[in-house]
Ligand binder design. Structure first.
Ligand code: MN
Length: 294
């Protein structure tokens, strides 16, 4: 039975939020999982706050999954040695925080930085160099993930947001080069819709390497609101590979604020983006995906 999750930032426009409130909202909407970007305090291991959040999640029967795009200052693929070292340390602290919180998966752009800014022209050689350094950096941190039994899932994102790992074919190769059973893949339907020939085929190709999935419509709206994404075929492909990971909704529907800006949401995608409307629409979307994939 697949577990269904929702990204914590869905309801608002801020990355910094009262996480326990989001736990309550996720539980109220009927989710099993809240996807959390480990906030700054987690990296500092401020245990009181972490304990509170852990208890809040337990009280509401919510599992937390963890996802993050590393900031530029912690780019594990950087040509600058100090930046790379900072990224490696950051990644280790994240793994420790996830372990402390009882989490089983850390996913995202855990090999470079996000959202990438194309400030100067890049070449294929830049990509190859970053790829190599990214693999080597992950190899330094993944033993810790192995020790804790935490899956380290590489998110493949579209070419406009990153350039190192864009599709499943590259993701598989990246994992192979890392060479750890804990190195797996996060496929995000929004990104795959841009990079793959066929999303269902990409899911089949990822097979047992697929640990985690993000779902939204092609424009980041809630699943079930659009007509471009082949949801039924995606559900079929997930069944075919006996996908046991978490299915996490990652919709973003409103312009503005740190969330809208980072996600490049430049117009409201829903008519009513009040918190109440978002919550109501979310319940409808969860019903849609549960009926299809549950
Ligand atoms: Mn994603």
């Amino acid at each position: 039975m697949n577990r269904f999750g929702i990204h914590y930032a869905y309801w608002g426009d801020q990355w910094e939020v009262d996480m326990c409130e989001r736990v309550r909202l996720a539980a109220d909407a009927g989710f099993d999982v809240l996807e959390v970007t480990p906030p700054a305090y987690m990296t500092n291991l401020e245990k009181d706050k972490m304990d509170q959040l852990k208890k809040c999640a337990q009280d509401h029967g919510i599992e937390m999954s963890f996802c993050i795009g590393f900031p530029r200052s912690k780019d594990m693929a950087s040509s600058d040695l100090e930046t790379r070292k900072a990224g490696i340390e950051h990644s280790k602290r994240m793994i420790e925080a996830v372990h402390y919180m009882g989490g089983k998966i850390l996913s995202g752009i855990l090999y470079s930085w996000w959202p990438y800014l194309y400030e100067k022209p890049l070449t294929i050689q830049d990509k190859l160099d970053c790829w190599k350094r990214g693999v080597e950096s992950v190899q330094e941190v993944i033993p810790l993930a192995e020790d804790y039994g935490i899956t380290y899932a590489i998110e493949m994102v579209n070419r406009f947001e990153q350039f190192v790992v864009n599709n499943v074919e590259e993701g598989k190769r990246f994992c192979q080069e890392i060479g750890s059973p804990n190195a797996k893949l996060l496929l995000d339907v929004f990104h795959a819709n841009i990079e793959e020939d066929s999303i269902p085929d990409a899911i089949r190709s990822a097979g047992p390497l697929l640990a985690h999935i993000h779902i939204s419509e092609n424009n980041r709206r809630l699943p079930g609101t659009g007509k471009n994404i082949p949801w039924e075929e995606i559900a079929k492909a997930l069944k075919e590979i006996d996908f046991q990971g978490r299915i996490v909704l990652e919709p973003f529907v409103a312009a503005g604020g740190p969330v809208g800006n980072d996600l490049r949401i430049w117009r409201n995608l829903d008519g009513d983006v009040s918190k109440e409307a978002r919550h109501k629409n979310l319940k409808r979307s969860l019903k849609f995906v549960r009926e299809l994939m549950g």
